[in-house]
Design a protein around this ligand. Sequence first.
Ligand code: 6PG
Length: 241
Amino acid sequence: MTERQIIICRDAPDLSRRAAEQFVAMARQTLGAHGRFTVALSGGSTPKGLYALLAAAEFASRIDWARVHLFWGDERCVPPDHPESNYRMVQEALLSKIEIPSANVHRMTGEDEPARAAARYEGELRQLLPLRSGVPSFDLILLGLGEDGHTASLFPGSAALTERARWVAHTWVEKLDSHRLTLTIPVINNAAQVSFLVSGAGKAAIVKEILTDSASRYPAAQIRPAHGRLCWIISEDAYRP
Ligand code: 6PG
């Protein structure tokens, strides 16, 4: 049974701060227990504030980056310096401002042919992460929520959403006119902790359905870590009690 926590924040800056505090606390606890902290980062705009805070001295100094390994939950199939790249967003907000070994940064190769990039990333997960029930297990996966209920790059109706064998899928997103790479449900639901970071009034109805209706069909409603904790860090404008 998934343990679920809901944290309601005043606004986006408060959401970023709460998420940064959670990140530091989990890093400290996990490093103390296992000597390594593995995180899959979310793309999009909401987490930018978190990444900027983690880069600030107030938080960066509390994290032993030499033992943190950063991955991505999804990526746009573009080069790493492309304006749409999730890697570039994290590079600008965080990586360029902290002392983290380059060997600890594991980006998805959006510049590669999608199927090859997906297979390559699966190989990295197999090599770098512990397997739990035969599936890679992250310590923490950060996710966002789209206004159609997608998360990572698991969009409604996509084959990637129903993929249960592969750990990393590639998918064509018609409405975005772009190819994407994404972790699949088996990997996401195998994490020790999954934290959603959600702000924006346009998402309030979706959040309410996902939190209250176990039959919700939104992709994000399928995120239920089998052995882990699920946390929703939500700004007030995206929450309806
Ligand atoms: C991406 C993200 C995607 C994002 C949602 C929410 O690559 O864009 O992985 O799933 O988290 O679309 O995006 P916002 O945080 O910008 O609303």
